[in-house]
Design a protein around this ligand. Structure first.
Ligand code: PEP
Ligand code: MN
Length: 464
């Protein structure tokens, strides 16, 4: 494949702002010589080469200019002048990329954002775990059912969920299907958020549906305040036309480096590499080793980067990650997504925050209250209790408030659908609903009502 040399002259750049084909910089391939965890076994095959070449010839999914805007927004979140809301499936599936499911998820995120915007009195940066959240790290390479052992499901971008030998085969053609599924998901996201669907008044109206449920009457006061605020804006002649559109960013775990590398392109304005598979990429708790492939690769792209930090993280680990991923201390570049567990956060988070403060570094501190709170239900489902999730969120605010650091955002596994995967909430989900209503192929998500309830509770913490 021929590589186009980077072009710096904007007049000769492509309309997408990126030079076509994967970025040529050899440093973007240094990860190939480093230890790498959680990857499929498909290398060296003809179909792998073909899939990577095809991905490399396809257009970027996001533009470098949008990625730069997001970095500025995150810089504001690091300063306490914006709040980040990241939400979506644990694992998106190809079959789940339907108009109904995607729009329900976007609607729920927008509904949560309105409540949070009111509570925080600041802009909420809306971001989906969407349009690329197809690759999953697994604790075991294999899964055994009824005496049959097959490769574990690693997300639709690698293999199928169905428990058969054919479906569980690592198939590189799935990367191309993931790209097209991400493209159609992004197309809907752009249409919904730019085409008038996100009108503040409609989003507010949808929240009235949630409030109509008597189980949520404890949020009447806050909902009433928001209602009066919207009426006040209307009475003042606020330009609701401008509020019909909203920014919405796409994010996923950058786990499958074959996919990320093929979509990394040179920005024709600056000559720098951007991973155009999403605006924001994060490194998972299982792949954040300092001298390994994921940290190396992500250190070399311009996108804002997140790192998940679990309860074993030390202050020194955090500093080493900052030095590697954000050596220039660029505002908005680095987000730490802590996922400690409700029982750990008050004890473990302070040392990490204090180390970062001593270093004089600034990151966006985000809480993922899901991954440290996973339990197995009596009837054998992977689940989380709403109260544990909210307790971790409360601990996150307590720690940051006491240390004078900024609680900058929330990262949740949620859906817009009426599923039963997490236990509890004011209109409670019970274990006996799992058989009929548990849909996730990976981790349990908050359903529509639980997600909105979380937004009301967090809005309250932000307001007080
Ligand atoms: C996830 O976000 O789905 C995930 C696997 O998280 P973590 O890396 O924090 O375990
Ligand atoms: Mn998950």
């Amino acid at each position: 494949m021929t590589q186009t040399a980077p072009q710096f002259d904007i007049s000769s750049s492509s309309p997408t702002g990126t030079v076509s084909g994967p970025a040529a910089d050899p440093q973007l391939d240094l990860w190939r010589n480093l230890p790498i965890a959680q990857q499929p076994s498909w290398h060296g095959t003809e179909e792998y080469e073909q899939a990577v070449a095809e991905l490399g010839s396809l257009p970027p999914l996001v533009f470098a200019g949008e990625v730069d805007v997001l970095r500025e927004r995150l810089a504001a979140a690091a300063e306490g002048k914006a709040f980040l809301l990241q939400g979506g499936d644990c694992a998106e599936t190809f079959a789940g990329a339907t108009a109904d499911k995607i729009s329900a998820r976007i609607k729920t995120i927008l509904q949560m954002a309105v409540v949070l915007t009111y509570g925080a009195s600041m802009p909420v940066i809306k971001m989906g775990r969407m349009a690329g959240q197809f690759a999953k790290p697994r604790s075991s390479d294999v899964e055994t059912r009824d005496g049959v052992t097959l490769p574990a499901f690693r997300g639709d971008i690698v293999n199928g969920y169905e428990f058969t030998e054919e479906s569980r085969r690592h198939d590189p053609k799935r990367m191309v299907q993931a790209y097209h599924t991400a493209a159609s998901t992004l197309n809907l996201i752009r249409a919904f958020t730019q085409g008038g669907f996100a009108d503040l008044r409609s989003v507010h109206q949808w929240n009235q549906g949630f409030m109509a449920n008597p189980a949520h009457s404890k949020y009447d006061d806050l909902a009433g305040e928001i209602d009066r605020a919207v009426s006040f804006m209307a009475a003042c002649g606020a330009d609701f036309e401008a509020l019909k559109r909203t920014e919405f960013f796409a994010a996923h775990e950058a786990l499958l480096l074959d996919y990320e590398r093929a979509l990394t392109r040179t920005d024709s304005r600056t000559g720098l590499p951007y991973d155009t598979s999403a605006h924001f990429l994060w490194i998972g708790e299982r792949t954040r080793q300092l001298d390994a492939a994921h940290v190396d690769f992500l250190s070399r792209v311009r996108n804002p980067i997140g790192v998940k930090l679990g309860p074993t993280t030390t202050g020194d680990d955090a500093i080493a990650l900052i030095n590697k991923l954000d050596p220039n201390r660029e505002p908005g570049r680095l987000t730490f997504i802590t996922r400690m567990g409700a029982g750990n956060i008050r004890e473990k988070l302070p040392a990490i925050v204090e180390a970062v403060q001593r270093e004089g570094a600034k990151v966006v501190w985000v809480t993922d209250p899901m991954h440290g709170n996973t339990v197995t239900s009596q009837n054998g489902y992977k689940t989380r209790r709403f109260d544990d999730v909210m307790d971790e969120v409360a601990g996150f605010f307590e720690v940051h408030n006491s240390l004078g650091s900024v609680a900058g955002g929330l990262h949740v596994e949620m859906t817009g659908d009426d599923v039963a995967e997490c236990l509890g909430g004011s209109d409670p989900i019970r274990e006996d609903q799992f058989d009929a209503l548990y849909e996730s192929v990976c981790d349990p998500r908050l359903n529509h009502r639980q997600s909105l309830e979380m937004a009301f509770l967090v809005a309250d913490s932000l307001a007080h």
